[in-house]
Design a protein around this ligand. Structure first.
Ligand code: 5GP
Length: 175
C-alpha cells in the first residue's frame, strides 16, 4: 500500500460486488444488447470488469466529461471533453460511473443523453457518497455507499495517480 493511503474496500469485495451487479443487470435486461457508456477516465476499470460479469450482448462506448480538473475539489464546471462514437437512439443505455459525489456530473450527462432518445437510460455507479449530493440523480445500481472521503484506486485517481490500484483506498494526505 503506497504511503498516505488507507484501505477502504479490498479487491475481493469489489470483485464480488461487481459479479452481483452483473447478475442483476443480466436479469434486468433479458434481451440485450446493452449499451454500456463509460465515463472517462475513472470508470474504465469498473466497466471492463462489469462488462464481463454481464451475460448479455453489450456494446461499449465512452464519453469524456470533466468537472474536477486535477485536484480534489470540483471546479463546479461540467464540460464534455469527448462525445460518443455512435448513436444511442432506441438503445438500452446503461451509464457506467465510478463515483457519484455532488451528482452535478451525472445530472448533466443524463440530460444530454436523454435528448438523444434512447429506449431506456439507467445509471450504475460503483461508489456513492450520498451525504455530498447537491443534484438529484437516480442510480439504478450502486456498488457501495461510502462516507465523505476522497478515494483513489480501481480507476479513481488523484492528479492521474493510483488508477491501477486493485483496492479502493482513502487518500489521507492533506491538499
Ligand atoms: P460529482 O459531479 O458527482 O460531484 O463528481 C463526480 C466525479 O468527480 C467522479 O466521476 C469523479 O471523477 C470525481 N470524484 C468525486 N469524488 C471523488 C473521489 O472521492 N475520488 C476521486 N478520485 N474522484 C472523485
Amino acid at each position: 500500500m503506497p504511503p498516505g493511503l488507507r484501505l477502504l474496500i479490498p479487491e475481493q469485495k469489489i470483485q464480488a460486488r461487481v459479479r452481483e451487479l452483473g447478475d442483476r443487470i443480466t436479469r434486468d435486461y433479458p434481451e440485450g444488447p446493452i449499451y454500456l457508456i463509460g465515463i472517462l477516465k475513472g470508470a474504465c476499470i469498473f466497466l471492463a470488469d462489469l462488462a464481463r460479469a454481464i451475460e448479455r450482448p453489450v456494446r461499449i462506448d465512452f464519453i469524456g466529461i470533466s468537472s474536477y480538473g486535477t485536484g480534489k475539489t470540483s471546479s463546479g464546471e461540467v464540460k464534455l471533453t469527448k462525445d460518443l462514437d455512435c448513436s444511442i437512439e432506441g438503445a438500452d443505455v446503461l451509464v457506467v460511473e465510478d463515483i457519484v459525489d455532488s451528482g452535478v456530473t451525472l445530472n448533466y450527462l443524463v440530460q444530454v443523453l436523454a435528448q438523444r432518445r434512447p429506449r431506456s437510460l439507467k445509471v450504475v455507479a460503483l461508489l456513492d457518497k450520498p451525504s455530498r449530493r447537491i443534484c438529484p440523480v437516480d442510480l439504478a445500481y450502486v456498488g457501495f455507499e461510502i462516507p465523505d472521503a476522497f478515494v483513489v484506486g480501481y480507476g479513481l485517481d488523484y492528479a492521474e495517480n493510483y488508477r491501477n490500484l486493485r483496492d479502493v483506498c482513502v487518500l489521507e494526505e492533506a491538499d
